[in-house]
Structure formats: C-alpha cells, structure tokens
Design a protein. Sequence first.
Length: 216
Amino acid sequence: MAKIALYGATGTIGSRVLREALDRGHQVTAVVRNPKKFIEQHPNLTVTTGDVLDPASVTAIAEGQDVVVSAVGGGDGPGHIATIAPAAKSLVAGLRPLGEKAPRLITVGGAGSLRTPDGKQVWDAEGLPESLLQIMHAHGDALDFYQSVDDIRWTNLSPAALIEPGERTGTYRTALDDLIVDADGTSRISAEDYAVALVDEIEEANHIGERFTVGA
C-alpha cells in the first residue's frame, strides 16, 4: 500500500486516479482548496486543504507520503492554462526541502509534444484551436522543466491525443515520446485506462526521470 497525495482529485482524470488508487487499497490524501465541497468518501481517503502553487504547502503535504500525484491540467479558460507550468515548478520546489525523504512525483502531462508517425509533433497539426494549443504548449513548458530536474524522482505521463471518460479495460500500450495510434491512425485512451496506467506506475516505478505515454 502506498501513501499518495493527489492534487486535482476532482477533475476528469484526477477523480479516476483517485478511484483506481482507492480500489487497489492505497491510502490517498486528496488535496483541495475547499474540503467541504469534496463529496467522495472512503476509509482510505483523507481530504485536506492545500495549494499546488505554494511550495511551503506542498512541502507540508508531501512529508510522509510515498508519491505525490498532480492531475492539474488545462481545464477551461486562461486561468487554468496558466497554472500548468507554475505548478510544476512549485511541486519541485516544495519537494526539495525533504531531501532524500522526498516522495516520488508523478504528473499528468499533455500529448502536444509527442511525435506523430510523420515525424512532426501533435501540436504541429493544422487547424488546432488556439485554446488547445495554449494548453499543449503549457504542458510542453512543464515537461521541459521536469527534464531539467535531476534531484527529484519525477515521472510525466502523457495521454493519447484523445482522452475522455469511457470504459476501464485495464489494458493499454506504452511508448516514450511517440504518439500511440490505432491501425486507422486514431490515438485514444479512456480516462479510466489512463488512471490504470498511472496507478501501475505508482506501484511499479518503471519511468523515473522520464516522460512516457499511453494509448489504447
């Protein structure tokens, strides 16, 4: 059983990571701004107040945990987009004071910087809306930062190009920097199977210091 601090536990991905981790018997601390609005209940769940953009808050919450998971993503609107890269820096800054006792850090990344079969990157595709491009590049900036960090055990998990609520099959494929596509060229993963992959990484630690991606 791992002790997990989870940021973004109310979002599409974070809520599924929360459920997957609890179903496997892990102990989860959901870090939210307003615990009174958090309705999920479970014997292995603790809900606490915290701010992913406050390194001191991150330090206090991370102490004694095995893993810190950040499912802080793009969300809707420029305010959420502007959170992605600063959250990456705050998380690392908050973990550093814990030294050798710092928990691992696993973060939800983006698909934009993944290589497509034609050798380009996802964000190079024509016709992408500006709001989506902003989210993609914010995740790209966060990944660039993580790749400069060598004193924290980090992992960044990029989804397929399309991630949405769906079925939990428990199966997925992995790659490092290459977009995973079907035979028809479609790249997809359910949010449920993405959560399976993330919790598998918590348990198996196969990608420390790496970005990897999952697809159906």
